[in-house]
Design a protein around this ligand. Structure first.
Ligand code: NDP
Length: 803
């Protein structure tokens, strides 16, 4: 046999990692674990346990406690008590603890990696080289933020007790993403790992204890499918952070609506992997292996939708099939394998049923003839081609090693197909043309975009979704804001009001007995119109309602908008989306122009304020002055909030861009009808959003007086649309509209709850005041960064450098 022949016939031997330490650790605990609450271990109150199995062998690894209502309560109490002192520790002290945890993770990294692979089925190569090093990195990075909190986040305070619910695909890494920023910002935590994979979280609890963390700061509770529900129903949490399926994310949004708790959701994805005809195909194939077969494809940002340019599709897919034939599936503890086992039999069945459905719908199935271990939950790498973009397998998250392949012709079509999904977590773009790559990267709606690379993560760059992939970011400075609140906000948690089923139902205006609410009619009809698409528009139903001032005098009539008016306004807002592509300089100029035109009409508006709200002249004049100042603030921010270059471990650029959210619905506060209105519309449009504004029902006429200012300020039609009428009814209509990306609501507690509850339908971002308005007069509360953050979402574009 020649040397060449020998090379061609070389096969892999096995290179097993020893499980000895992990097994000893399990044995030390008699293979049974309690709950880690207030710094000590205890069985669940009712002593219930569930088994944890190794998906590669079916062997039971241990029994873990199932936390019931009493246990959840005990954990919340411990975290609440610990918060009192933990939130008062110095930045440096917290930094030392986080540093000690990072060191602890590094010291036990081999044990953690082996235990993770035993529990989850992922290859040891990945848990050892990716998961655990990233865990340590997260704690180091956030030790830094703890140290710098006072300097870098002045005016912010911790949120309180945080409930964290994590999935089974990256059990330890998800724990780190959640616990590290929470502790760094001075919060305490109750965390629940997924029932299938709790073991590394329990080992982590011991590392925390070893680091000397005060009792109650971190509590780890295991459970079954009731425990998560008990956590989200418990009134003692100030914030929840969840990673998991979009379905459960929606449930959590509804359960927590109106309670004043913060919420971050990192949900599913169906991320595109786009290969242009000039791409380095060898590299793209290896990229695909990482994109969809890393962690058996059980990755929320997996590149599960291949979009390949038609001209190279055939040879590219042929190469891909060949490469798939070389992937090795075997014991996760074998260091030379590519894919391990999927997490459990239920997930295996779920994946398989998607594949069967794809085939039944006409897809062509390719699975290489690879050897599969005789036992365990192993699923072969799978490619489905001949798939229509609208088919279920091209739209739904399969969460397994299944790639769906489609083709495109032009970059425009690639972008369209890439965005043809309800998700928006990540995207990967392959081309040698940097101009094309960056152009496509900015057009794709996703939180992370990797150029000529895939699945890159680092603590210094936030990760999170657009659209139904959720909201909030984990990592980077942007991720810290999920765990702080403005110091002036104090505690925001409250009892949610009863959900009023009749909220938003409305019968439009009609003559009432005794004239206009008993205040008498007017001979001259002064009905203000709405403002849609840059024009004054009559309400669709031609209804209007009287506007009456506090002393009972009729001030005028406002249009009584309905569903169709909202629909027209949303359409106009969408048509105006080119606003985001205007230069920031241009947007700034227009905001300055608005301020100038407002100043020119200051007397008129002050008079209207007095007439409508009954305030004194001095107050009315100040409100107009403050509104002018606010427009200046956001004219200034129009070109000063673009983003940063993140300092990750990548040799290359990771650019965090703050992009507009899209179309935002805004329900304005009743107090300060001009200042409140301007304080909300200005940040939204400064950052490139287009908006549909619903002024307060009581004082709508200031907003309608504003039309003249808009008309004379060169604002493109459709950027600001104003619909007057019953605010609850119009807000509800906006919430039900699928093309509205976010809703800001500054009304009462019931309305805030309704908005949060309804947002679950398509995971709109919401910003509500729970019936408590900020002090619009103050610069601290009425303007600035918190408004800009609501008006933007962060996209991180990763561009590696070098040949
Ligand atoms: P889930 O979203 O159901 O579970 C994730 C976590 O949420 C678990 O800790 C679970 O624990 C908890 N949970 C479930 N229901 C509730 C609830 N009502 N209230 C509070 N917490 C809850 O994912 P599954 O494990 O069931 O997997 C199903 C599918 O979800 C997968 O096929 C995949 O498509 C997707 N998925 C997506 C992930 C992602 O990161 N995008 C991660 C995991 C799954 P418990 O069951 O104890 O309540």
């Amino acid at each position: 046999m020649t040397i060449l022949e020998k090379f061609k016939t070389l096969t892999y031997g096995s290179a097993p990692e020893s499980a000895e330490t992990a097994v000893s650790w399990l044995n030390d605990h008699d293979r049974e674990f309690g709950l880690y609450i207030n710094g000590s271990w205890a069985a669940a109150r009712d002593e219930r346990t569930i088994p944890v199995t190794n998906p590669a062998t079916g062997e039971t690894l241990a029994l873990v406690a199932v936390a019931g209502a009493d246990d959840v309560d005990k954990a919340v109490k411990a975290a609440t008590k610990a918060f009192k002192s933990w939130s008062q520790t110095s930045d440096h002290e917290r930094a030392r603890y986080l540093y000690a945890i990072a060191r602890g993770v590094q010291k036990h990294q081999r044990l953690l990696a082996v235990l993770e692979s035993l529990d989850n089925g992922k290859p040891i190569r990945e848990s050892r080289d990716i998961d655990v090093p990233l865990v340590a990195r997260h704690f180091y990075y956030h030790a830094g933020w703890a140290q710098l909190m006072g300097a870098e986040l002045p005016g912010y305070a911790p949120v309180g007790v945080v409930g964290q619910i994590i999935p089974w695909n990256f059990p330890l890494l998800m724990l780190a993403w959640k616990i590290a920023p929470a502790l760094a910002m001075g919060n305490t935590v109750v965390i629940k790992p997924a029932p299938a994979t709790p073991l590394t979280a329990l080992l982590f609890a011991e590392i925390v204890a070893e680091a000397g963390l005060p009792p109650g700061v971190v509590n780890v509770i295991t459970g079954d499918d009731e425990t998560g529900k008990l956590m989200t129903a418990h009134p003692g949490f100030d914030k929840y952070a969840f990673t998991g399926s979009t379905e459960v994310g929606k449930i959590i949004r509804q359960v927590t609506a109106g309670r004043g708790v913060k919420l971050s959701l990192e949900l599913g994805g169906k991320s595109p992997f786009i290969v242009f005809d000039d791409a380095d195909q060898e590299a793209a194939i290896e990229g695909l292996v990482d994109a969809i077969w890393f962690n058996q494809g059980e990755v929320c940002c997996a590149g599960s939708r291949l979009l390949v340019q038609e001209t190279i599709a055939e040879p590219f897919l042929a190469r891909l099939r060949q490469r798939m034939g070389k992937l090795r599936l075997a014991d996760p503890l074998d260091k030379s394998i590519d894919l391990g086992a999927v997490v459990d039999r239920a997930q295996w069945e779920r994946i398989d049923s998607w594949v069967q459905k794809g085939v039944a719908d006409g897809a062509t199935l390719f699975q290489p003839a690879c050897e599969l271990p005789a036992h365990g939950c192993f699923y072969p790498p799978t490619l489905l081609t001949n798939v229509a973009p609208a088919s279920a397998v091209a739209q739904e998250e399969i969460f397994g090693p299944v790639l769906v392949g489609m083709t495109f012709r032009t970059p425009g079509e690639a972008v369209m197909l890439a965005n043809n999904t309800r998700y928006g977590l990540a995207a990967s773009i392959w081309t040698e043309n940097v101009n094309l790559a960056l152009d496509v990267a900015t057009k794709i709606k996703a939180g992370s975009v990797w150029v000529n690379s895939t699945n890159l993560f680092d603590a210094a760059a936030g990760f999170g979704g657009y659209r139904e992939s959720g909201y909030g970011r984990e990592g980077g400075k942007e991720g810290l804001y999920e765990y702080v609140q403005p110091a002036w906000a104090k505690h925001r948690r409250q009892d949610a009001p009863e959900l009023d089923k009749g909220w938003g139902k409305y019968v439009p205006g009609r003559p009432r007995p005794g004239g206009t609410n008993g205040v008498g009619g007017s001979l001259v009809d002064r009905t203000a119109k709405m403002y849609v698409g840059g024009k004054q528009a009559r309400p669709d139903g031609s209804y209007s309602y009287p506007v009456i001032n506090p002393s009972g005098k009729l001030v005028g009539y406002a249009g009584d908008g309905n569903r169709k008016d909202i629909r027209n306004a949303v359409e106009a807002a969408h048509a105006a989306k080119g606003w985001a592509d205007r230069t920031p300089y241009n947007r700034a100029q227009i905001l300055y122009f608005m301020a100038e035109n407002l100043a020119a009409r200051a007397d008129e508006l002050a008079k209207r304020l007095r007439e409508m709200t009954g305030v004194r002249e001095k107050t009315a004049v100040s409100e107009v002055e403050q509104a002018i100042s606010r427009l200046f603030t956001y004219a200034s921010y129009a070109d000063k909030y673009g983003g940063v270059v993140q300092e990750t471990t990548l040799y290359g650029l990771v650019v965090a861009m703050t992009e507009p959210v899209g179309v935002i619905g805004i329900a304005c506060p009743e107090e300060l009808p001009l200042l409140g209105f301007v304080s909300l519309l200005a940040p939204a449009i400064a950052r490139g959003n287009t908006i549909v504004v619903v002024p307060s029902s009581r004082y709508p006429l200031l907003a309608t007086d504003f039309y003249q200012i808009l008309d004379t300020s060169d604002l493109p039609p459709g950027v600001i649309n104003i619909v007057t009428g019953d605010q609850a009814h119009l807000t509800q209509t906006l919430m039900r509209h699928d093309d509205v990306d976010a809703m800001w609501y500054f009304g009462d507690a019931q309305g805030s709850m309704q908005v949060e509850y309804a947002s679950a339908s398509n995971m709109k971002r919401t910003w509500v005041n729970y019936g408590r308005s900020p002090d619009w007069w103050s610069r601290e509360q009425g303007e600035g960064e918190q408004f800009l953050r609501q008006a933007t979402q962060v996209k991180n574009i990763w561009v590696p450098m070098g040949e």
